[in-house]
Design a protein. Structure first.
Length: 326
């Protein structure tokens, strides 16, 4: 059944003020009169009025705002928050379905990510769950670039259906199209440099996330699928580190800072699960490591962390000592 009652809004234009987690804390009208106040337990359950010194102005009953914990929309019937890929139950402090990315090697560095239902590494006062979406660097009237994006998204969707968990995770790392989570996809003539794709994190740092992915215009079909799996693996490991930024300390978690050798090995593994264009399969670990050891571009940086521990990327812990390539 559906109600015929018309909802009454407390203000013609309501203004929302948020805290450091983007949770709605204050609702005011156009005259700056306070309409409602909101407060939440650490995992997002809203605190009701007349509790712990709060008066009747607090709680969910004074307005019709649905943007609650971390600005996610809360369903009034179920009480669940919509996070894009799945729903979150603030009363449980858990998602209602497992992480669609699944268990992948990159998560083994962070035990707080082993539970596929957990929220924000079980530290909700410091971290948020990202939206998991990307935007492109194409101008609206750039037909060539936008056509390339369409091809990219078509092949990314195929990777999302892969039987290989690493391929699915790499494709999912980009997120959905046209909504910003700090991942930007663009295109250029990279073939002249002997490249199919590259990832640049130089614009990130000090809490800002800007992962620039550039793909070659000429890569298409299965080769584009392989490139998405390869570069998406780099996006995944980069975002894993960048999302660890703690505003309270202004530092990143160095334990999540993998080496160039590790991320490249994982990237080639994921790509090889799509096509064996490099001559090895996803389980040919020794061949992949030998390929990296003998490559003049990779060999000098195999044991170098992906992010330097410097004022741009200050880290609370030194990176884990990698197993050196032999």
């Amino acid at each position: 059944e559906y109600s015929t009652t018309t909802s009454s809004f407390p203000c013609a234009t309501c203004y929302l003020s948020a805290d450091h987690l983007r949770s709605t804390r204050l609702v005011t009208d156009a005259s700056v009169n306070v309409i409602a106040r909101h407060d939440f337990l650490p995992f997002g359950e809203e605190i009701l009025a007349n509790m712990a010194g709060r008066n009747s102005q607090w709680g969910p009953d004074n307005d019709t705002v649905n943007q609650k914990f971390t600005a996610k929309e809360r369903d009034q019937e179920t009480g669940l928050d919509y996070f894009g890929a799945r729903y979150y139950g603030s009363a449980l402090g858990r998602f209602t379905s497992p992480d669609p990315i699944g268990i992948i090697k990159q998560k083994l560095f962070d035990p707080q990510q082993w539970n596929a239902y957990s929220y924000a590494r079980n530290n909700p006062l410091r971290f948020m769950d990202p939206t998991g979406q990307y935007v492109t660097n194409c101008a609206s009237d750039d037909k060539k670039c936008n056509k390339a994006v369409d091809q990219f998204e078509k092949q990314r969707q195929k990777d999302l259906q892969s039987k290989d968990a690493n391929v699915r995770a790499a494709a999912a790392a980009f997120g959905d199209r046209d909504k910003d989570n700090g991942v930007h996809v663009g295109f250029a003539d990279l073939a002249s440099q002997g490249l199919k794709g590259e990832v640049d994190i130089s614009k990130s740092g000090n809490g800002k996330t800007d992962v620039e992915v550039t793909l070659d215009y000429g890569v298409k079909g299965k080769s584009l699928q392989e490139t998405i799996a390869h570069e998406g693996t780099h996006v995944l490991t980069d975002m894993n580190f960048l999302d660890s930024y703690d505003k309270a300390t202004s530092m990143y978690n160095g334990l999540l800072n993998v080496t160039h050798g590790e991320t490249e090995a994982w990237a080639y593994q994921a790509g090889a699960a799509v096509t064996r264009e490099h001559g090895f399969g996803p389980n040919d670990t020794e061949q992949i490591q030998e390929f990296l050891r003998t490559n003049p571009t990779y060999a000098p940086i195999l044991n170098v962390p992906s992010f330097p521990n410097n004022p741009q990327f200050p880290q609370t812990n030194d990176p884990l000592s990698p197993v050196p390539f032999q």
